[in-house]
Design a protein around this ligand. Sequence first.
Ligand code: OSB
Ligand code: MG
Length: 380
Amino acid sequence: MALHLPWYDHTISLQRLDLITVDLPQKVIFTSGIGVRKSRRALIVRWTDQDGQIGYGECSCRPDPYYSEEFLEAAFPLVEHYLWPELVQAQSLREVHDRMRKVRGWYFTKAAMEFAVLDLLQSTTNTSFFAEWDLWPTVDQIPVGISIGIHETEQSLRSVIQSSKELGYRRLKFKISPRTKTQLFEAVRPELEGLYVSFDANGTFRSEDLKNLAFFAELGEMIEQPFPPGHIDLYQASKKQIPSIYICQDEEVKSLGDLQKIHQLGCIDELNLKPGRVGGIISTLNILQYTQEQGIPCWIGGMFETGIGRAMNSQIAGLTPDALAHDQSPSARYFKEDLVHQPLTMNAEGFIDLEQARRVTVDPDILDKYTVHVKTLQKD
Ligand code: OSB
Ligand code: MG
């Protein structure tokens, strides 16, 4: 049964929508099986209602279509021609969600709208729906894992392992591809002793790479999205050839329906749930409920969001009391400057306190400073 919460029906309105493209300089270059990144281009949605109240939401897809079909630029025509006409008619979060269902796919963009409405509802009612959660146990601080880009030399790999340990991260997740040299990880094996280690292949492994995959399956606790989405055949082949492999699905799951399908096929050990990837808060909560009922381990993933998306994700992560680590490393790791007042910080034990996350607000001056483009839609 899908969840239906009272705040889904609180009255809302839409007067104006600003689609704000920002480009945030990063502290370090990040390489994965998907590509190389020096700055984070992101789309921030500012929703203004009839009373001039504001809510912010982040569209956390990549600027290119290499993680999902969606990419940032494409959100503009989608919102203007197909979402805006629906959103202006919606009178509650529930209606925002239902009306956007007409549009197939485009989960990250739709999610940004739901997050903006949720932000608006929480600030106008001065309530935290997460703090008041009473449907199942929650936590006040979340354990954090780090997602580490591809390193080409033993020295740089060793140094990132060292600094991640020093910072207190609860899990180290290394990006890999079939070209990743196993000798590199063989060499740093002693340094990984006693740590919770996982690998994320972003769908780059094929049947001819299973031997290489076996190395990582043995070294780590878990492999995230080894195969391209939809490749149930490779999932099953890997389970036969590498009996100890434990697979966490990421890109594979864009909806509750996707999750139910692969679960019934026995093709999931764990879920990396990204609230943006599944279309927003309503779908996220339905999926969380399903994972709890079915006993599927689940944690909240990231897309290198700005402080806006991170605050939302961290609060959602508070609803997964059993998770060992979430991909929510604090903003200081990535950005020279973040878009919010008091960006989240992680303590020396590798936890983020959610009281902080509830208090995060956008800094309009910094938002302005990194804005490269704004598109405004307005009701006349
Ligand atoms: O596969 O988890 C992924 C970022 C962009 C696209 C895909 C992925 C990621 C991450 C981000 O690993 C982790 C984070 O936000 O800290
Ligand atoms: Mg992943």
